[in-house]
Design a protein around this ligand. Structure first.
Ligand code: AP5
Length: 219
């Protein structure tokens, strides 16, 4: 199973990716997490990405594609993987398709998470993450058991540098201009399934896993 999670910032892609990995044993490749790790390690990719990520702009297509295709190459063929945050432009989608085709693979389904902007801002400003294990929480909707501490590894939780309200506006604009065209792109290929991402996380998980189970059953 090879899945893409597509949707605006804060729609819950990372949260559901984590749950799908636990449920199906899939490998998760989050382009945002990978870029943030490169920034922390101050690699060449990290140096290119730092200012762009903090400002809510996209990293160049060739840079992110090289990183993601290298990550995909390391993932065992079975049971498959989830791409969270990649591709984000039509050019990236074409490069991904070509990269997978060179090893005889292709994407099985693209899940489009949709919800309105007001809820997006509320989710993002309240997000806290664990830099050690990558777990994501929400002060309002999905709080940790102990304030400020990761339930999974005990590390302190932090707020992402790009989770400020002014940057969120830019990220939403970037999504509409650069990434939203992928909805039509994948619909045209018959790969798109739409998810109402505005409900509670358990409800969204039921919807996502219903689609995955159906596709697995028909595989
Ligand atoms: P990235 O890290 O991918 O950010 P994003 O797409 O903006 O997505 P988010 O991580 O903000 O949100 P999410 O949908 O994963 O939501 P989450 O599950 O955390 O990218 C960051 C930057 O990297 C980009 O701006 C760009 O600069 C660069 N970049 C990345 N990929 C790139 C690419 N392909 N090309 C070029 N540049 C790239 O949930 C949000 C919050 O809501 C959390 O607090 C969570 O606990 C809570 N929550 C989740 N689901 C629910 C629910 N159902 N109900 C209530 N609360 C919920």
């Amino acid at each position: 199973m090879r899945l893409i999670l597509l949707g605006p910032p804060g729609a819950g892609k990372g949260t559901q990716s984590e749950r799908m990995c636990r449920r199906y044993g899939l490998a998760a490749l989050s382009s945002g997490d990978i870029l943030r790790a490169q920034i922390r390690e101050n690699t060449e990719v990290g140096k290119t990405a730092a200012g762009l990520v903090e400002a809510g702009a996209l990293v160049p297509d060739d840079v992110i594609t090289a990183v993601m295709l290298a990550g995909i190459a390391e993932v065992p063929e079975s049971p498959g993987f989830i791409l969270d945050g990649y591709p984000r432009t039509v050019a990236q989608a074409e490069s991904l398709e070509a990269g997978l085709a060179s090893s005889g693979a292709s994407i099985d389904v693209v899940l489009e998470f949709s919800m309105d902007d007001r809820l997006i801002v509320e989710r993002i400003v309240n997000r806290r993450t664990c830099e050690k294990c990558g777990a994501t929480y929400n002060l309002k909707f999905l709080p940790p058991g102990n304030a400020g501490i990761c339930d999974q590894c005990g590390e302190s939780l932090v707020q992402r540098a790009d989770d400020r309200e002014d940057v969120i506006v830019t990220r939403l604009d970037t999504y509409r201009a650069e990434t939203a065209p992928l909805v039509q792109y994948y619909a045209g290929k018959g790969l798109l399934e739409s998810i109402d991402a505005s409900g509670p996380a358990d409800e969204v998980e039921r919807e996502v896993s219903g689609i995955v189970d159906r596709l697995c059953g028909s595989a």
